[in-house]
Write a protein that binds this ligand. Structure first.
Ligand code: AKG
Ligand code: FE2
Length: 262
């Protein structure tokens, strides 16, 4: 982010609460973070069914955070996010690092209630597409839709499935970019990443911004091949050739000062 740019310049899509900042960090900073992440003791990794993660900042409980100081190699980043966005009421105190192999993703979910409702996700490594889907409570169930629309006994198939103009959308996450979402995007939508090696970014809300700053490596050797691929609708795909690492930076407002008193 340059000094003369406003945060709202980075708004993408129709929601006012989704921001995408390309090249939030440099190549060197990306390498510095990756070296620290992969240099952490192996015991720092927690393996889940379809990804690995490192938890920094302490343990998040329903009742708040049992804090542990963030290491200096992470506070460089969290401090920069805190200062440049001005979206957090106090310093970021928790960072979750996820590692995804090319065929791994994360199920659509909503982040827990212990966090302040602003999320900043830094992406490293391979690009990926994050899908946002309106929460099921905003889905018009098919009975309601039929009841309100079929006066003549026929079933209309074209109906709005979501309340209040909520629509699914996707964001292309290029390496070194920062995605921020908050408020409505935080509370009314689930976010997830498909566990497939190929992600389609056709129609992604930040397509132009993402591609302007990073060339995608298309596996086409000629423009004819690319045009042919376009016909097969393969053109706007990312091939997740290597791992993706993300750093989800958040604030847990409630911090336990004393381990034994909560
Ligand atoms: O890896 C990502 O970009 C998303 C991670 C995420 O949603 C989470 O940790 O809650
Ligand atoms: Fe999440």
């Amino acid at each position: 982010m340059e000094g003369n740019e406003k945060l709202t310049d980075y708004k993408v899509g129709t929601l006012p609460t989704v921001l995408y900042i390309p090249n939030f960090i440099t190549d060197n900073e990306e390498n510095f973070l990756l070296n620290n992440i992969y240099g952490a003791p192996p015991s720092k990794w927690k393996s889940l069914k379809n990804r690995r993660l490192q938890n920094w900042g302490g343990v998040v409980h329903e009742k708040g955070l049992l804090p542990q100081a963030l290491p200096p190699w992470l506070t460089n980043l969290t401090q920069k996010i805190y200062e440049q966005t001005g979206l957090f009421p106090s310093a970021i105190n928790h960072v979750l690092i996820n590692e995804y192999l090319p065929n791994q993703g994360i199920m659509p979910h909503q982040d827990g209630p212990s966090y302040f409702p602003v999320v900043a996700i830094l992406s490293l490594g391979s690009p990926a597409v994050m899908d946002f889907t309106p929460h099921s409570r905003l889905k018009v169930d098919s009975h309601d839709a039929i009841d309100s629309n079929n006066n003549d006994g026929t079933i209309k198939t074209e109906k709005s499935k979501w309340l209040d103009d909520h629509q699914p959308f996707s964001v292309l996450l290029m390496p070194r970019s920062l995605l921020i979402f908050k408020d409505q995007a935080y509370s009314d939508y689930l976010h997830g990443i498909k566990d497939t090696e190929v992600h389609c970014y056709d129609g992604a809300v930040n397509e132009a911004q993402a591609l302007k700053h990073n060339e995608l490596d298309h596996p086409f050797s000629s423009s004819e091949e690319a045009v042919e691929a376009m016909g097969r609708r393969e053109y706007k795909n990312v091939h997740r050739a290597s791992n993706r690492i993300s750093l989800t930076c958040r604030l847990v407002p409630k911090v336990h000062k004393n381990l034994f008193r909560f």
